[in-house]
Design a protein around this ligand. Sequence first.
Ligand code: 8IG
Length: 274
Amino acid sequence: MNTIDFADPSAAAATAADHVRRTLLAPAGIEGIDLALVLGSGWNQGVEELGEEIASVPLDEVPGFSKPVVQGHGGALRLARTPNGKVAMVLTGRTHFYEGRGVAPVVHGVRTAAALGATMLVLTNGCGGLDPAWAPGTAVLIADHINLTGATPLRGATFIDMSEAYSRRLMTVARQVEPSLPEGVYVQFSGPSYETPAEVKMAGILGGSLVGMSTALETIAAREAGLEVLGISLVTNAAAGISGENLDHQEVIEAGKQAGPRLTSLLQGLLAAL
Ligand code: 8IG
């Protein structure tokens, strides 16, 4: 891990952004980035095919970032030029709330992206699905979220409008690339245990259709920073109690592997359209 003081999270993001500018962007003659892409479980296999590489470093070399603790979660910061001529920062892997380091490290990537000048953020994740029609490997647009972690990256009286947390405009762009994408409401639990069937039932009653452990906190920080957010979930498993089968992390990884090529073309299409 690359230790940094998160007592002032925006100073931490400025430090990380400065490091990326000096060591990765400036040598390539680039001033800032246009968008950031966070690749969650199942999403990182085709990372080398996402745009033309400008630079890439292990995440733990960037101030405040650490290697993902989970198998199948990658661990690099990659800068790439999209087919559209935009500069994208691609993070393979993320810090999760369940790691117990607090919320600031969880949203450090989002704040660093904003400090580097990004205006758009694409958040991807692997999650459980409540709709039995969503077979493992189905990609689902996040239309809204419910944050059940009891935590927030915001401090004090920071009133952020969450009416359109997930950008309608970006959802439309995603559907121009892949018209069949369904949409759902993402419910973030703290984890790291998966839900009980009763918790999944509760999530459904509340209006949720996807259950996961990452994206809502990142989206809150992104909205604070003024980023336009696109969220896409990969349903890697039916949520507990939905299919009658038990959950197994190996199966989760397998579903991601199977879906890999489709997810890569979806992201390539997106990067060309954004
Ligand atoms: I992959 O079923 C993956 N991540 N909370 N529930 C929660 N997170 C997940 C799940 C799931 N599958």
